[in-house]
Design a protein around this ligand. Structure first.
Ligand code: GCW
Length: 671
């Protein structure tokens, strides 16, 4: 059989592996029985039919008449009635699937669960499941969302995969088939909510909540609805005056509350099931309640009251800090901002307000500690925010498998009460997971085809935070590249070594910002060192890192006592975060017996060697994966190697110039 090309557009819904079903199983799958009026359940049947054809070449008919052999699709109640067999799966949005020659079943706890069951059946078949297979599963959290940072002009803030899927030339302009395919891929990994415009709501984007755009937003919502996906709109807190007829946006001014209440009535007339508004306020220059001496709760609650009659939710982002910091003042610390702003407000928010908190206190750096708000907030619903788009992790040029780091976030123990890891709190103390999306109009959605694994991985972890990076990589590789053991081993190796590789040549030991300003690709060691953004490493001739212990900014004090002590003590602070928490002399001897300076040199030399190994590994499977995907990824790996070499040489030269100390192995460091 010839090498079938990896169809990059289909992502993980390829079915390249298991396409030799037994005749009995093929007959059973070829008759799909569904008898329910729910839009999403009907879509589940259609997706099963589409997937069987596109992934496995099996033609299936859809009927409402039960006749074995057949595959019954529906909510558990309906399936039990149709089959006379009691099927029970009662966890929200959960499913149970069974594969049999006479009778296969896709049963959902509800409509969404049925859809997720249909996609899971297709994926399990693609991984080789056959007769006798059964699985019951349900998402840990109720909110599994992606944020688009798409602008109305078609650009995407921090986007690296082509123009926006939704907008062009200040209009909503899209290919309906592409949007349906996008909804399909999102639902197949359990995403149930999508905000469709940039949180920096500027220029025309402010008008998305007006009749100029609402009819088209409604049409978009119609495409996502059968896939169980509700939309959110990012709004500009200053809208009442920036395009409205008021002269204020003061949340305590009754006129403002009325203005938003009317606005909400209009929006929900067009999109009755809109999930709500996403808000970035008083952050990086965006309008907000601070302008009027009000706090975040005043601002969020005013909006929440406007949405309440429509069952809408306000998601209020906590990415706020005083972005006019003075690098001379070492008492200021941007890392403290989220906790300082929001802990005092715990319990002040209405029940339809949910805070959205970045997983780290800074800004999606290669490695950050987990934000101390998690576990500390007791009376406020909140989400954890990740970034799939690779703003600081290689712009989807460099391969960098993010679940490798995300699993460390989910495993972090906040030491607040019982079951206090982030993963353990998902679905109870943490209401869900959200991420900044990474897709654009590129044929492969994500620029680098291997970056699809990050999009896939976010969805899988939002569904089940106990999954390991290895499990996610292995599943994505099988679903995308098929079941050839040599190909699987090679791509798994590349994914699993890619994060340590990137961290080695980019920003090891939690040093954070050394990227070029505003672009955030490539090195500029002091690019942010004197900026107003509070993003410093303070390297000099003897030491590097920021003292965030009680003798410094006391950021460590925001953690639960056990973690505060652990981070504050250089001996117990994890070495991969030590420059985030401590100012460390270059002479400091690390656990591997070498001093910090030599470890800086070693990590950067090693990072380049690891990229070369990644390239060799990819080249080794060239004749097994089809020329298109091979070439597109190999081209990016070439650029990644250039980037890694630049990081190695710029960083090593910087620290060599600052210290005058050469590499112990005498390797080349340029002066
Ligand atoms: O990560 C930073 C980005 C900004 C982004 C901001 C945020 C949307 O550099 O581009 O703005 O954070 O999260 O609001």
């Amino acid at each position: 059989m010839g090498i079938s090309e990896v169809r990059e557009y289909d992502c993980w819904l390829q079915g390249r592996g298991q396409n030799q079903f037994s005749d009995a199983l093929k007959n059973c799958l070829s008759r799909i029985v569904v008898k329910e009026d729910c839009l999403v359940v009907k879509q589940a049947a259609l997706e099963l039919q589409r997937g069987l054809k596109r992934m496995f070449g099996v033609d299936a008919a859809i009927t409402d008449t039960i006749q074995k052999p057949c595959t019954v699709v529906g909510t558990a109640t309906a399936v039990s009635e149709l089959t006379g067999k009691t099927v029970s799966c009662d966890r929200a949005e959960g499913f149970c699937i069974e594969i049999g020659d006479e009778l296969s079943v896709v049963a959902g706890a509800d409509c969404n669960g049925t859809l997720y069951g249909a996609f899971r059946l297709l994926m399990e078949l693609a991984k080789g499941a056959g007769t006798g297979f059964s699985l019951e599963d349900a998402p840990r959290s109720g909110i599994r969302m992606i944020n688009h940072w798409d602008n109305l002009d078609g650009t995407i803030e921090r986007g690296y995969a082509g123009p926006s899927l939704f907008y062009k030339d200040d209009k909503i302009d899209y290919d309906p088939q592409r949007i349906e395919d996008y909804a399909r891929l999102l639902a197949s990994i359990g995403i149930n909510c999508l905000s469709i415009n940039n949180v920096n709501v500027r220029k025309t984007a402010k008008l998305l909540i007006t009749e100029q755009f609402l009819p088209d937003v409604a049409k978009l919502a119609d495409i996502f609805r059968p896939f169980g996906i509700r939309l959110m709109l990012s709004i500009n807190f200053g809208a009442p005056y920036s395009f409205g007829d008021l002269d204020t946006a003061d949340p305590l001014d009754p006129r403002v509350g009325e203005w938003w209440a009317k606005r909400a009535d209009l929006v929900y007339k067009y999109i009755p099931d809109l999930a709500g508004f996403l808000v970035k306020a008083d952050s990086e220059g965006e309008a907000g309640p601070f302008q009027y001496g009000r706090d975040h709760a005043d601002g969020a609650n005013m909006l929440a009251k406007a949405l309440k009659p429509h069952n809408g939710t306000v998601i209020w982002r906590c990415f706020v800090y005083n972005c006019t910091q003075d690098w001379r003042d070492q008492t200021q610390d941007r890392a403290c901002a989220a906790y300082d702003h929001f802990m005092p407000l715990d319990g002040r928010f209405d029940d339809n307000v949910i805070l959205q908190i970045k997983h780290g206190p800074y800004d999606f750096q290669v490695r950050e500690p987990v934000t101390p708000l998690f576990g500390a907030l007791k009376k406020t619903r909140h989400l954890i925010e990740f970034q799939i788009t690779q703003e600081y992790t290689g712009h989807q040029i460099d391969v960098c498998f993010l679940p490798y780091m995300w699993q460390d976030v989910y495993h972090f123990d906040t030491k607040h009460g019982e079951n206090s890891t982030i993963g353990g709190m998902m679905g109870n103390r943490i209401s869900g997971a959200v991420a900044v999306g990474s897709v654009g109009r590129d044929e492969n959605w994500t620029g680098n085809t291997l970056s699809q694994a990050n999009w896939f991985g976010f969805g899988r972890l939002a569904w089940n935070p106990d999954l390991t990076a290895e499990e996610i990589a292995d599943e994505w590789v099988k679903l995308t590249f098929g079941l050839d053991p040599e190909v699987d081993a090679a791509v798994n190796k590349i994914l699993m070594m890619s994060y340590p590789t990137y961290e080695n040549y980019n920003a090891p030991f939690g040093v954070c910002f050394m990227v070029t300003r505003s672009l955030h690709y490539g090195p500029d060691i002091e690019g942010y060192e004197y900026s107003r953004w509070g993003t410093y490493h303070r390297a000099n001739w003897e030491a590097v890192g920021v003292d965030r212990t009680p003798s410094g900014t006391n950021y460590t004090g925001q953690y639960a006592p056990e973690n505060a002590a652990m981070f504050a003590d250089l001996a117990t602070c994890p070495e991969n975060l030590m420059l985030f928490f401590h100012r460390v002399p270059y002479s400091y001897v690390m656990k591997n017996g070498k001093n910090l300076l030599q470890n800086i040199y070693d990590t950067h030399f090693k990072g380049v060697e690891q990229v070369e190994e990644i390239i060799r590994t990819w080249e080794g499977i060239q004749d097994k994966i089809g020329s298109a995907v091979y070439a597109s990824v190999r081209e990016r790996m070439g650029r990644q190697l250039t980037n890694a070499i630049e990081w190695r040489d710029v960083v090593n030269t910087y620290f060599h110039r600052h210290t005058g100390i050469p590499d112990e192995q005498g390797r080349k460091i340029y002066d």
